[in-house]
Design a protein. Sequence first.
Length: 249
Amino acid sequence: MPGPAAPQIPSCAAGVPIFRTLPPAGLAALGGILRHRTARRGEAVAHAGEPVDHLIIVATGQLKAVRTGPSGREQVVRTLQPGDFVGELALFSPARHEHDLIAVADSNLCLVPRDGMQEILRRYPEVALALVEALAERLAAAERLIADLALLDVGQRLAAELLRMAEATSPSPAAGEPPGPVTVRLTMPWAELAHRLGTTPESLSRRLQALAAQNLIAQPDPRTVVILNPRELARLADIPQDDPPRGRS
């Protein structure tokens, strides 16, 4: 159950992209209704089929949304990092969790009651617009994942995912500078990434070794991948060549 409000909660709200347009008074109002919860690694935050009665915001740590098949095999549908949230569909109509929500690491969460969040949306329409934009981005990501699973093999899916991670985490080079090596630091276990890509850890390990043998990537440590040749990796992933990742290490 949600616990008492925590002192750091207003900053939790300020770190969420959809709340960046809120004025100080709006952040204070949001902080007044937020509740804090901790989740230990492996703890279930919500189960599939349970009613959604809060917007759940990740302040620190990491969560995963998991679908479990009849055989017991898990499919990681989504990974939530600090600043990410889940439960937004219940703001528009009653809803239930579609997946189990599990803490990948010890996590601090902020929970916004459904009725309180609806009042925020009514008072601050710019937040509602930002929420719609976030939902559109998530839908586009889901459609891309479906297309990847249908059209790309495991090696291509891995290459595409590494490039997306690089794009999201690395700074852009100076104008006109060709893309150089890009460092990607994994924020989830490789087994979680394998499930997300619809494969097994063993198959993913073989694909990583193959990419390294082609001098496309290097692994200086188990949780770090250096993309040595972003353009060639983009070609392998069947990504248009004028749109490689722009970051660098």
